[in-house]
Ligand binder design. Structure first.
Ligand SMILES: [Zn+2]
Length: 293
């Protein structure tokens, strides 16, 4: 079976064949939905180098079962309503599965990354926001509205920042990259990027330590709330801020243990293993699952 996986990001499009050592080809994301579809088709033809059985695509947005974008932020104009899987399948002449990029990342980490071997994995995706997904027996449980696993929109006592969704008290504006940057700014009046705050933390700057540790604690509290409902065997944390490693995950683990039900207190919280390749690997897993049905 020869399949290609595609990751549609806000700034980059990445694709690779599902073969050991296959090159990950990355191109800039063009402006607008129609141009993105054309670029995906070109990219798939370029990396497939021969007969193809199917394509998996992970992308920002909420998808229905047919692979149509039912909701999307304004990041990609015209993306909402795009029948992405049908459009690509028509152009490429093979089955196409399209799914949310966080869901694809979670599938990838579970199929071939940090969550390998676990039947129930909660995957958190930190970055500009705080997303997540619950993978059960190799499939993402997307929920009734396609939004299961939305860790960032868990409301926690003591939080009052306004979230990207418009409500206040959610975890995302604390446990995301911008959230930790804001914590640092509120304490110091200095605007710094997360990598800069990381450097300051390593140099022992107390405000930098506090900003990242408070982000980690909110992450851990949100994970404990989610774990109480779904009882995962493992928690995997991915995304840019997860590169802080134990500086972020240490406080997250401590806060998780303090809030989680006793039976779940020892569930491991581990960093993602596949890096920027995770969504492409998950897209491979999604199309393989569809083709083998
Ligand atoms: Zn929210």
């Amino acid at each position: 079976m020869r399949v290609v996986g595609v990751d549609v990001g806000g700034t980059k499009l990445a694709a690779a064949r599902d073969e050991p050592g296959a090159e990950l080809v990355v191109v800039p994301t063009p402006q607008g939905a129609a141009a993105i579809v054309t670029t995906i088709v070109d990219l798939v033809r370029r990396v497939s180098e021969g007969p193809l059985d199917g394509v998996g695509v992970g992308s920002a947005g909420t998808f229905d079962e047919r692979g149509t974008v039912v909701a999307a932020t304004d990041l990609i104009p015209g993306w909402s309503g795009m029948p992405l899987a049908d459009r690509l399948s028509g152009e490429l002449g093979v089955p196409v599965v399209a799914l949310n990029d966080v869901h694809a990342t979670a599938l990838g980490e579970t199929a071939a990354g940090a969550g390998r071997g676990f039947a129930r994995v909660l995957v958190a995706a930190t970055g500009t926001g705080l997303g997540g997904a619950f993978v059960r027996d190799g499939e993402v449980d997307v929920g009734a509205h396609g939004s299961a696993g939305s860790l960032g929109h868990i409301a926690l006592p003591g939080l009052d920042r306004v979230c990207s969704c418009g409500l206040s008290g959610h975890a995302e504006p604390y446990a995301s990259g911008p959230g930790m940057e804001r914590s640092f700014f509120e304490a110091t009046g200095v605007a710094a990027s997360l990598p800069e705050i990381h450097e300051l933390m390593l140099a022992g700057d107390p405000a930098a330590v506090a900003a990242i540790e408070s982000g980690g604690r909110v992450l851990g509290r949100a994970l404990a709330t989610a774990a109480a409902l779904i009882d995962p065997g493992l928690v995997v944390v991915g995304g840019g801020p997860a590169r802080l490693g134990d500086l972020l995950l240490g406080p997250a683990r401590a806060a998780y243990r303090a809030d989680a039900p006793a039976l779940l207190a020892d569930v491991a919280i581990v960093p993602a293993a596949l890096g920027t390749r995770a969504a492409v690997v998950g897209a491979h897993a999604a199309i393989r699952a569809r083709l083998s049905r």
